[in-house]
Design a protein around this ligand. Structure first.
Ligand SMILES: Nc1nc2c(c(=O)[nH]1)N=C([C@H](O)[C@@H](O)CO)CN2
Length: 118
């Protein structure tokens, strides 16, 4: 399976378990790997034969501005669902990272994989 990746995508969203996190949007970082439904673009050299990563970023930023979740796990699940449903990806690995949320911890986050990797 061919894969596109997007690393270090920053997006603003309401995310967190605690009261203050439910009212103040935070910037989270996404690392995405997205399985492609075909290898067609490798021979056609045509953007319409693959998943346009530019559109993925726009779509996810828009969705995350409108949604709120309590846990990173639930946010990651939602992102994986959007990637598979709206871009027809057969497989994805989604990591969501909070930056500097814990004292003396640089980054915390979750990684999930959904779909079938062939
Ligand atoms: N496994 C998780 N643990 C925690 C989460 C989470 O999303 N998944 N979230 C929090 C708080 O929101 C944290 O970011 C602020 O202390 C705590 N643990």
């Amino acid at each position: 399976m061919d894969i596109i990746f997007l690393h270090g995508v920053r997006a603003k969203t309401l995310i967190g378990w605690y009261d203050w996190e439910r009212v103040a949007p935070q910037v989270v970082e996404l690392d995405l790997e997205i399985g492609l439904p075909s290898t067609q673009a490798c021979v056609s050299d045509n953007l319409t034969d693959t998943i346009d990563y530019d559109k993925v970023v726009q779509h996810l930023r828009q969705a995350m501005a409108e949604q709120h979740f309590l846990l990173l796990e639930a946010l990651a699940e939602h992102i994986a669902h959007l990637i598979m449903q709206d871009f027809s990806a057969p497989w994805t690995r989604v990591s969501v990272t909070k930056l500097g949320i814990l004292h003396e911890v640089g980054r915390v986050g979750v990684t999930i994989e959904r779909g079938q990797r062939s």
